[in-house]
Design a protein around this ligand. Structure first.
Ligand SMILES: [Zn+2]
Ligand SMILES: [Zn+2]
Length: 412
């Protein structure tokens, strides 16, 4: 009787990804080596993250600053009933780590306000950004950062049974901002008071929709991302649209606005510094004042990107209120001093901004004389986002742009 030798038949059946690798243009290694930023871990984000993990995308960064609520659970495949009150980004990261098939899968998360706390450098260090958002303000911010960083992004949106994805690839127009209407610009401000402070309660994110819409849009978004990562043709400047109520499916060209600044902004050169946002302002200024950087007398300049508020007049009694905080970390109610707040009769009628003392330029010698206290603030406390690219002006007025690359290890 012949003896059977069991040889190792290494069929591709051994691979988790056998079926997808049978697609002739598929490049699993490119997915494995790719880094994808997923902005938003709600209904769409859950679907998108699940798809990325199952497809074998190797490196994922998730951002969200919300908690899981009861009404999320009917649309979030990664969350369970017992997850109510937990953090969305962290929970989603844990679940997809469990789900991912390759051993060297990397996932990290950032819990913060994407609009104000996620720096341009984060966008520079990823291959593509997937927007899984429910509000215009964050889409504007992601779009701006992607164009500054030169990173493509796919915006997903849902409404009832309808959905769309839009593919943007810098420097090509159109960008997300090109076709925003005045009403949308106004809606983008709904989180803020007339003083540019945050309102405590907003009604954003409560759109009528179902899980099916997020599942479909997450699938389309990731499919386009995979095509892009594998070097296939993608619908740049186009919107893919599906209306489930009537089963209309279409691909549209998006309008391009020649006056839109967002897709025209970019940096000529970004210099990487091995510093992070935990550095004290004085130490940062000493570092950029070195001859090989911007030279003595260098000034950190926010260039209108954000506002640091030192003091403000109380809306009721005009008494000076001290803040020493960036405006995005100040709440609306704080524009009334504590005494006036406790008296409870706050003037909410007047919608003109109250007078403020702000600072947007930081120079070592000048601060030593005028406001020494600020020199002991960290860049983070000044409101500079993680892994950001900051502008520094030299004494001749020339700007250089420095990335705070020391933050990179916190995220990737
Ligand atoms: Zn544009
Ligand atoms: Zn007051």
């Amino acid at each position: 009787m012949a003896k059977f030798e069991v040889t190792n038949i290494s069929s591709t059946e051994d691979s988790f990804f056998d079926r997808q690798e049978r697609i002739d243009w598929w490049e699993q290694d490119k997915l494995k080596n790719a880094t994808v930023l997923v902005v938003g871990a709600g209904a769409i984000g859950n679907e998108t993250l699940k798809n990325l993990a199952l497809l074998g995308v190797g490196n994922i960064l998730i951002t969200d600053f919300d908690d899981i609520s009861k009404s999320n659970l009917s649309r979030t495949v990664l969350f369970r009933k017992g997850d109510q009150g937990k953090r969305k980004a962290q929970t989603a990261a844990e679940r997809i780590k469990d789900m991912a098939l390759s051993d060297d899968f990397k996932v990290n998360y950032f819990e913060g306000d994407v609009v104000w706390e996620l720096g341009t450098g984060v966008y520079r260090h990823v291959d593509i950004v997937l927007g899984c958002l429910d509000n215009i303000e964050t889409r504007i911010a992601v779009n701006k950062q992607c164009y500054l960083a030169g990173t493509p992004w796919i915006d997903a949106g849902i409404y009832e049974l309808g959905l769309r994805i839009n593919f943007y690839k810098p420097p090509h127009a159109p960008c997300y901002q090109c076709s925003l209407s005045p009403n949308q610009w106004q809606a983008a401000r709904e989180r803020y008071s007339c003083d540019d402070f945050k309102k405590q309660v907003t009604s954003e994110g409560k759109i009528p929709t179902v899980q099916i819409a997020s599942a479909l849009v997450g699938a389309l978004q990731v499919q386009e991302a995979v095509k892009f990562l594998c070097g296939q043709e993608v619908p740049i400047g186009k919107q893919i649209y599906y209306q489930g109520k009537t089963n209309d499916f279409d691909v549209f060209d998006m309008p391009d606005n020649p006056d839109c600044w967002a897709h025209q902004a970019s940096y000529d050169e970004i210099i990487s510094l091995n510093l992070d946002t935990d550095i004290l302002l004085k130490d940062f200024l000493k570092e950029v004042s070195k001859a090989e950087n911007s030279g003595e007398g260098a000034t950190l300049d926010f260039r209108g990107d954000r506002t640091f508020v030192k003091t403000m007049s109380c809306r009721d009694c005009q008494k000076e209120i001290e803040f020493y905080r960036p405006s995005f970390r100040i709440f609306d109610y704080e524009s009334h001093c504590e005494e006036c707040r406790s008296e409870g009769e706050n003037n909410t009628e007047n919608q003109t901004p109250a007078p403020k003392q702000t600072i947007g330029q930081f120079n070592l010698e000048k601060l030593k004389v005028n406001d020494e206290r600020l020199l002991n603030f960290t860049l983070k406390e000044l409101g500079i986002p993680i892994l950001h690219v900051v502008a520094v002006q030299d004494t001749e007025g020339k700007y250089k742009y420095y990335e705070l690359t020391g933050d990179k290890k916190k995220l990737f």
